[in-house]
Design a protein around this ligand. Structure first.
Ligand code: NAD
Length: 226
């Protein structure tokens, strides 16, 4: 397996989680801020020379599209956690994955609690259609609004305003507030550490090879009714 963005906050957690998983192995780590040598490479194209089966990408919104294209071109399955891909870019990657031999899982959130929050919010919005989302993240997150907030809003009919907060000390927090006459309902999820994402990442690595084309979100891997 290749971990792209291996020196980053998520990348380091993925390397540790994969090493602990036992049934998978990191054969290459790609990151321009790693000292090259051993399994460390400065970029994705050189790291792909290590012939991984799967690439896990937690890099940056401005490089993820090119990275994903390279995985697919090389016949390597991709698990993309990096957020910020546009609808257009996602559609192009879907086409590439559909045409070629490698599959792609793109998920804005790998934490099971966040996926349940999205589900419950979509269900509640059927009865309480006035909805707003507050998303709160650490101050070094590059994109706003968060991929999770956008996906949650996309699951709800009508306009859903999103408010973004960036403060040091936060990890990833989402609050969906639904308003009715004289009442509100708040559905909130907190990722307190990056550990929250790891079971979902490991699951996606195990399953990406058996899901042809593009899969958006890991819900179909987790929930038996999707
Ligand atoms: P980070 O800044 O800590 O790490 C990103 C790393 O990518 C850096 O080490 C950087 O040097 C490296 N990088 C930059 N360009 C690269 C390239 N071309 N090839 C390989 N590596 C490259 O960021 P982070 O907090 O780890 O977050 C990374 C991404 O993951 C963000 O888009 C974030 O929103 C997303 N994220 C997703 C989830 C999820 O569940 N899907 C959870 C948390 C974060």
């Amino acid at each position: 397996m290749l971990v792209s963005g291996a020196a980053g906050r998520m990348g380091q957690a993925v390397v540790a989680a994969v090493s602990a998983a036992g049934d998978m192995q990191v054969v290459a780590r790609a990151d321009p801020s790693l000292l090259p040598g051993g399994d460390a490479y400065p970029d994705v194209s050189s790291a792909l020379g290590a012939r991984p089966d799967v690439a896990v990408d937690f890099t940056r919104p401005d490089v993820v599209f090119d990275n994903a294209r390279q995985y697919l071109d090389e016949g390597v399955h991709g698990v993309i956690g990096t957020t910020g891909l546009s609808e257009d870019q996602l559609a192009k990657l879907g086409q590439l994955a559909g045409d070629g031999s490698a599959n792609l899982v793109v998920a804005p959130n790998f934490a099971i609690g966040a996926l349940l929050m999205m589900r419950f919010a979509a269900e509640a919005a059927r009865y309480m259609p006035r909805v707003e989302i507050i998303e709160l993240h650490h101050d070094r997150k590059l994109d706003a609004p968060s991929g999770t907030a956008l996906r949650t809003a996309g699951m709800i009919e009508g306009e859903v305003p999103i408010h973004s907060v960036r403060l040091p000390g936060l990890v990833a927090h989402h609050e969906v507030i639904l308003g009715g006459a004289g009442e509100t309902l708040t559905i909130r999820h907190d990722s307190l550490s990056r550990e929250s994402f790891m079971p979902g990442v490991v699951l996606a690595v195990r399953r990406v090879g058996s899901r042809p084309g593009l899969t958006v979100g890991i819900e179909p891997l987790l929930f038996d009714d999707e």
